[in-house]
Design a protein around this ligand. Sequence first.
Ligand SMILES: [Zn+2]
Length: 148
Amino acid sequence: MYCINCWHDNTRVTDSRTSEDWKAIRRRRECENCHNRFTTFEKIETADLIVEKSGNRKQRYDKDKLEDSILKAVNKRNISINSINDLIRKMEFKWWNRNEITSKEIWKDVLDALYSLDEVAYIRYASVHLNFENASDFIEFINKKKFN
Ligand SMILES: [Zn+2]
């Protein structure tokens, strides 16, 4: 990162934190040459994330698709679109430095997040994404209420 004052190319990060809305990482930097201080924002980029699905199929991460699947699970539950967006943003923040992720890891993160948000949505999502062999598997899962 170049200094915006003297164009020296060594700047030191003095502080690093997530912005309040989880959309970016805010860094305080100091130029090693002129000691000018400035702030940069790094946007979280998930456009290049590759999702590995069962059978080694690979797909580009699709936020809209993920949002759709969560919206289906929360249908008619009293959950705001903002809390869904927050949930997705926090997961993306967790994934942002990865190149690949498995769809199973995504489901697990969604389930963890839904578990604390809404039990019904959690169970709906699980019933769609986990492959239950039969009803008793599903009942056992509901009784345990924990995915692993
Ligand atoms: Zn400088």
